[in-house]
Design a protein around this ligand. Structure first.
Ligand code: TPP
Length: 563
């Protein structure tokens, strides 16, 4: 007779078999058997967060940085429901995330037991798959199944709900699972090839277009298609636009890089889109923040859409040729049939749309100045995790990303409070590299409790708060579209330097330009978490801005228009 294992031990072992080495979580009644088993598996590092939402965001940050599923754990009821925003964030941005929740014992399910919620029902619309395991015999297979679902095809979150008595159930040790090495490659098992006819048609459109553009999205990062994207651009001379989640999928300093499109996109980028005769969209979903008024979006352009998720093709924008599959694989096939060409005349035309920018903001306390100094101090070697709001747009537009996948943000859900916990996950995925969490004073206060996690777990996140005393992005909308009625947007902050002190970490308040670089250097030199508060101009705005519902041709470019 072999040894007996509990469900919890089987769960831990299955996690190790999936290559998991870190999990973010918070214990409670229904998940206690799992936490009882955990110390027997030192290969599983557990990071105790201060709020389950942060566990989901940290696992999400870890997953975005590694390309492998991140894992978060919570108890039933309030623990599980606290994960929901993080799961929805991962769902909107196609992050592979495995959420494990305890559930009340099977005999209690459906009786409104203490801390019972139907977390399967709650999360079904925001997961790829959610599964209640009601027999220990199924547990190991269920773990492997949800990991496979999370990473295969278009990645996304999954949830495994494990009743407490199943965690305690005993089973004859089935022995380690006979399976090959775990692949970190989420492209495993993918996807039909596009037909030769469709590929040739796409190549023909690319060869003949006079004003073509490439729009690159998150799919480039998810499929490691940097080289192929660059190959496509350089073979054809077609300028490249990167969406918010596509930022850092193409070198920003490259002469073919144009910038970000959409609501806060550069004027020349949006103008180029409106004048294009072909858009090659790769790994993106043409969401409404990118297109503006759909009816007026790129009306002269045919669209070649390369996308893993078939349901995205034609969902928002009419498509001339849709190529369904992994971006890297399809770009490679396309490169085989594409002859070299250039787009010099079109590029010269776009050049005339570009608004002049000041040479340097260095040393200033403007958002531009801070980001330029931050880039200099980090020598381009850092990863930047931004929160949601005005600062997010400044970070997206002004920071010059030099390496792939070094810009991480909540795009689809736009989740305030994301940056600080997500950055913890990124630090653990990229030890030795500076990781900045850049937040507004609003979003920072949504998850600042996680400084305690950083201290206890020695996670050296560098936190930068752009404090404008307002929920800035909402205030900007109120200024532009609600007659400056600043309803519920002025926001008080605690003394962040003393807050840092209370947590035992260094903190700086930066009130004038001369303090920017010393503070950045001080934070980077400190071997641990550190915090900087930048007191920026209170009513600074993000320009340009396409008003909601307007077309990309109708930007607000300066204060004059809003006065
Ligand atoms: C969880 C959540 N609640 C509300 C919003 C709506 N919202 C979007 S931006 C924003 C203001 C953000 O303010 P702050 O964090 O101070 O950043 P700033 O815009 O000033 O840079 C708000 C409230 C949101 N995106 N997420």
């Amino acid at each position: 007779m072999g040894d007996q294992l509990t469900g919890s031990q089987i769960l831990c072992r299955a996690l190790l078999e999936e290559g998991v080495d870190v999990l973010f979580g918070y214990p409670g009644g229904a998940i206690m058997p799992f936490y009882h088993a955990l110390p027997e598996y030192p290969g599983l590092r557990h990071v105790l967060v201060r709020h389950e939402q942060a566990a989901a965001h940290a696992a999400d940050g870890w997953a975005r940085a590694t390309g492998r599923p991140g894992v978060c754990v919570a108890t039933s009821g309030p623990g599980a429901t606290n994960l929901v925003t993080g799961i929805a964030t991962a769902h909107m941005d196609s992050t592979p995330l495995v959420a494990i929740t305890g559930q009340v014992p099977r005999a209690m399910i459906g009786r409104d037991a203490f801390q019972e919620t139907d977390i399967i029902g709650i999360t079904q619309p925001i997961t790829k798959h959610s599964r209640l395991v009601d027999d220990v015999e199924e547990l190991a297979d269920a773990v492997h199944e949800v990991f496979a679902v999370a990473r295969e095809g278009r990645p996304g979150p999954v949830l495994l709900d494990v009743p407490k008595d199943v965690q305690n159930q005993k089973l004859e040790d089935p022995g380690p699972r006979a399976r090959g090495p775990v692949s970190a490659d989420h492209r495993e098992g993918l996807v039909g090839r596009p037909t030769a006819t469709a590929l040739l048609e796409a190549a023909r459109l690319i060869a003949r277009a006079e004003r073509p553009l490439i729009m690159a999205g998150h799919g480039i990062i998810l499929s490691d298609a940097y080289e192929e994207l660059r190959g496509l651009a350089e073979r054809t001379g077609i300028p490249v636009i990167t969406t918010l989640l596509g930022i850092s999928a193409f070198p920003e300093a490259h002469p073919l890089h144009l910038g970000m499109p959409g609501m806060h996109g550069e004027v020349h980028v949006n103008r180029a889109i409106q004048q294009a005769d072909l858009i090659v969209g790769v790994g993106l979903r043409f969401d409404d923040r990118v297109t503006g008024n759909l009816a007026a979006f790129a009306r002269g352009a045919k669209v070649v859409h390369i996308e893993l998720d078939r349901s995205e093709i034609g969902k928002n924008v009419p498509v001339t040729v849709g190529l369904v599959g992994d971006a890297r694989a399809i770009l490679r096939e396309l490169l085989e049939v594409l002859a070299p060409r250039h787009c010099d005349a079109w590029r010269a035309e776009i050049e005339t749309f570009v608004r002049p920018r000041p040479e340097s903001f260095k040393g200033g306390l403007s958002p531009e100045g801070i980001l330029e100094s931050l880039e200099g101090a980090s020598r381009g070697r850092c990863t930047v995790v931004s929160d949601v709001g005005q600062h997010q747009m400044w970070v997206a537009k002004l920071f010059r990303y030099q390496r792939p996948n070094t810009h991480i943000t909540s795009g689809g859900l736009g989740t305030m409070g994301f940056a600080v916990p997500a950055a913890m996950g990124v630090v653990l995925a990229r030890p030795g590299e500076p990781v900045w969490a850049i937040s507004g004073d609003g979003g920072f206060q949504m998850n600042m409790q996680e400084i305690a996690t950083m201290v206890q777990e020695r996670i050296p996140v560098k936190m930068a708060i752009f404090n404008n005393g307002y929920l800035g992005m909402v205030r900007q909308w109120q200024q532009f579209f609600h007659g400056r009625r600043y309803s519920a947007t002025p926001i008080w902050s605690p003394d962040y330097v003393r807050l840092a002190e209370a947590y035992g970490i260094p903190g700086w308040r930066v009130e004038h330009g001369g303090q920017v670089e010393p503070a950045l250097q001080g934070a980077l030199d400190h071997d641990g978490p550190a915090l900087i508060e930048f007191l920026i101009e209170q009513e600074a705005n993000v320009f340009p801005m396409i008003p909601p519902g307007a077309s990309l041709s109708e930007p607000i470019e300066s204060e004059a228009v809003t006065a």
